[in-house]
Design a protein around this ligand. Sequence first.
Ligand code: ACK
Length: 223
Amino acid sequence: TKPKEPELPLFFGWFLLPEEEERIKCATMDFLKTLDTLEAFKEHISEFTGEAEKEVDLEQYFQNPLHLHCTTKFCDYGKAEGAKEYAELQVVKESLAKSDELSVTALIVTPRIFGARVALTETQMKLWPEGEDKEGVAPALLPSVEALPMGSRAHVTLGCSAGVEAVQTGLDLLEILALQKEGKEGTQVEMDLGTLSYLSEGRWFLTLREPITADTTFSSFSD
Ligand code: ACK
């Protein structure tokens, strides 16, 4: 009989340590609490509620994901293209169970997701698969995504609205970055944490004054 192939995980990524998870959740929840009280946000409330005048409690609106992490490669137990090749990379094998520090430089809120943008270091980029930024991107958005630096999709999903999957965070982040590059930023509001900008259709981007760092472990995850 042939030796059994090692099974591939659902995905690889950097997982926040439990105490870091709590710290990041608290800091980012504070931002959500403030955001839904801002006049600038209220002006565009219908993009979240479908109706003007109606209020939204963003803390309730987004459901928390189980484990905070930054995905490097979605393998789908081997069904995703390049999954096996990724798992076999020397740099991947060597990095497993190693600690690493992630740097969050921005927060994003859309009617679908709440997320954190991660700025990867050069070393961390070695674990970022080539072509992963464009995975599942709508054809119309592909040219703008291809023009962004590699690793632009790196993020931590902090919450999803009802019926939305976490994969949406990376897609919404890319869309926002593409709009910013085209200079399509609207209203800007100064907040304690940084500068908030509005990018149409309920998309909000907070550039943090100081990056938020988080200790993580690189690992694979299977449900
Ligand atoms: O927030 P995320 O990066 O978005 O973390 C989860 C993780 O894998 C487990 O579901 C991400 N994910 C799901 N489907 C895909 C996909 N097709 N391409 C890239 N990432 C994905 C999801």
